[in-house]
Design a binder for this molecule. Structure first.
Ligand code: APR
Length: 273
């Protein structure tokens, strides 16, 4: 991908931005080596494989055959466990530090935004490193090989992956991943934050990065911002449902465009608002 230049009109508009909302999907982690679900090279690219993965990651499969759900999850968590934040993740943290008001809405469960130091995160689909016992409700987490420190309190991800079966709580119950599976509702508290910080009070700038924009709760914040005359940007090498509604569609990689956007934004003298 050749070096892109931000359009002059965009650079000028970015200087006036004080509040920012960023929406991310699997595409922002592609440059960290984690496969996307859709688009070129995505997990669902092979329709049969894709259907099997969606089936495995469904609530009814967790109920009937938890080992199968966990085998699919260990594929995703395994790829995440070897991944590090890339320039795109780090640029979002830099944007947060420059903005007077900031919120990140992510669909990703790989924990890379947290590792990159971003603070105000709505991880609407949860986090693959956290688990809840389906019998007693005990919450636990996998040690995160990316931050080292296997503590006795954590589950050892590599041991669980080697066993390739659903991890179990000391009470004997099966742990479920703290992620939203297909067929499950989104967590009410996170939806409430999405409404409050993105829909009821759209930021000056909304950036959609690396998402195929499949879900209404991901599309809505961009459409609401555009309708309110806010600045909207999509960063995706491919076109999506929202490409015709944003002010600027940067058809390039997240790791290339986000650092340029961060650089073009003025820091806020008054600091965090
Ligand atoms: N930079 C920016 N975008 C990229 C890059 C990149 N380097 N590489 C790929 N993309 C784009 C692809 O063109 C695609 O449009 O990222 C998008 C990834 O789309 P999906 O794989 O559908 O991921 P996402 O939008 O996050 O999926 C939403 O669907 O399967 C469920 O729960 C799962 O959270 C996931 C949700």
């Amino acid at each position: 991908m050749g070096e892109i230049e931000l359009p002059e009109a965009l650079v000028k508009a970015l200087r006036e931005v004080r509040s920012v909302g960023v929406i991310t999907g699997a595409g922002i982690s592609a440059e960290s080596g984690i496969p996307t679900y859709r688009g070129r090279g995505g997990i669902y690219d092979d329709p049969d494989e894709g259907d099997r993965t969606v089936e495995a990651l469904s609530a009814h499969t967790l109920e009937s055959d938890p080992d199968r759900t966990w085998r699919a999850l260990f594929q995703i968590a395994g790829a995440a466990a070897n991944a590090r934040p890339n320039a795109g993740h780090l640029a979002i943290t830099a944007i947060e530090r420059k903005a007077a008001r900031f919120v990140l809405l992510t669909q990703n469960v790989d924990g890379l935004h947290r590792l990159a130091g971003t603070q105000n995160i709505i991880d609407i689909h949860g986090d693959a490193f956290h688990v809840i016992c389906t019998a007693c409700g005990n919450r636990n987490q996998f040690n995160d090989p990316r931050t080292g420190g296997i503590t006795s309190l954590c589950l050892n991800m590599h041991e669980c992956m080697a066993a390739n079966v659903a991890p179990r709580c000391p009470c004997g119950g099966v742990y479920r991943p703290d992620v939203v599976l297909f067929g499950e509702m989104l967590p009410e508290d996170k939806l409430a934050r999405l409404y409050a910080e993105l829909l009821d009070n759209p930021p000056d700038l909304v950036i959609s990065v690396g998402t195929s924009a499949m879900f209404p709760y991901i599309v809505q914040p961009v459409l609401v911002a555009a309708a309110a005359g806010k600045l909207t940007i999509e960063i995706n090498p491919e076109a999506t449902e929202i490409s015709d509604f944003v002010a600027f569609h940067l058809r390039t990689n997240a790791g290339e465009a986000l650092p340029m956007i961060a650089a073009a934004m003025a820091g806020t003298e008054e600091g965090k608002g």
